[in-house]
Design a binder for this molecule. Sequence first.
Ligand code: NOJ
Length: 563
Amino acid sequence: MSTKTWWKEGIVYQIYPRSFQDTSGNGVGDLKGILHRLDYIKSLGVDIIWLNPVYESPNDDNGYDISDYRSIMKEFGSMEDFDALLAGMKTRGLKLVMDLVVNHSSDEHPWFKASRSSRDNPYRDYYHWWPAEKGTPPKRWSYFDVDENAWKYDATTDAYYLHYFSVKQPDLKWENPKVRQEIYQMMEFWFKKGVDGFRMDVIPFISKDTSFPELPEKYQGDFVSYYAEGPKLHEYLQEMNKEVLSKYDVMTVGEAPGVTIENALDLVGEDRKELNMFFHFDLMSLDRKPGTVFEMNPDKWKLTQFKEIHSRWDRAFESDGWGSMFLSNHDFPRSVSRWGNDHPDFWHASATMLQTFLLTMRGTPYFYFGDEIGMTNVRFNQIEQYQDINTINRYEIAKNKGQDLEAFLENEKEASRDNARTPMQWDTSENSGFSKKTPWISLHPNYKTGINVASQEVDEHSVLHYFRKATALRKAHQGLIYGGYKLIDPKNEDIYAYTRSFEDKQYLILLSFSENLSTVNLSGLHLTNQKLLLANSREVADPLTEISSLHPYEARVYDISKK
Ligand code: NOJ
């Protein structure tokens, strides 16, 4: 069995600070706002807060373009606010995980300003440059570039610089030991303040073959895998672990596009001494058109595929490493709209069913703010409503290519990251209690009709109250954290059923992903001592039999231990 630690037992709550709570009245969330809401967060039964970047940034990509790694973005407050927030968290027994964005910096970071100023500047080698006299550099794909080109020509020194993301996010050159030392020192700076860990942005991309060859044959059509398999990735992570991480009791979770199940343990195997966990992208690409990153697949995903992904990843970490379980974050649409069903008839059941799923699987559960009240996709109609560089620049690309812009906007209604970035819905007052001023991004109007904290606090059957019961259940049963997982009735396209077994305990979890009454085959399970621990339906459930039925999106958790 897996060794026990706090970051395996903890439940993570991710906050997108820009959208959580504004106290300064500028329409943008801030650190004081988070401090103000700490009692609420604590009441959810979560243990660890992951904050999206709060560092100084020109906000080309909402903080993922950092211009000073050691200071707080002015819109969010000051370092004093940060210290007060951290102290407030410690008092309440909450841990803090920060975002570490070191594949790239902002082009407004002093390092890059110096680097681009002349070819012989001491900071030149902090970034990747391709001198123009060598000709056009070999094609590299960029996530956010309007030309889909990761090389940007810079006239000052007649050279191209590399940017896997926007032109304002130049890639740092990890091959330069000075860069690595700067990063390790910066990490120490935050650890010394008492931060409990880092979520590492696109961490598998840090190592590059700096000869920049043409894309090798085996990666044709798949830049992401190429980016994730740089030659020195593991060497750098082991160095970072040895020089910094190993000195502190902290957790690390890598964002890991391009990392496959075959090389999973290279990153998180315990003896590797690299990272603790990572987010894989297998589920996040399930509803995307094959070969694309941002386009929805018109063929809907199947529950058997969803189950297969989770069963396979559970197996990968059965005896080594540890998984991270998530259904949503700031880069993807809202989980109830994506994996559940946000039609009013099914919204409550499917939101709570998905909560039950994350809280009964092995692997650390990560919730994105607002999922505890079942926030849904906003589905903007017009391009002007979008704030995200990803949607805005891809709209430009579509326009330049003469593509169908209506179709583009339809796609964004389901796929856009802005679906997850609308402000937290606190109450029914103006701007949902998020801000006194018009927010930086429009609110979802459904804050007025039940999807808000205040309304759900006074309704004992709300999604919010269910969330608290479900987190408490996980805490009360170590078997739900460490227990072995077994898929039941694998071919069932309506119901996801599995057991978790730990010492002499066995749990059975039944989750309907269907709009219809559906049945599950439980033959072979010992059902004599069934005890219902948690259910999201108010109707009294019939005792389980070999063939049992579930209401649409129903979730139930049983203790079926023999004694
Ligand atoms: C992944 C982050 O989660 C995303 O929000 C960001 O745009 C890119 N990395 C670039 O930093």
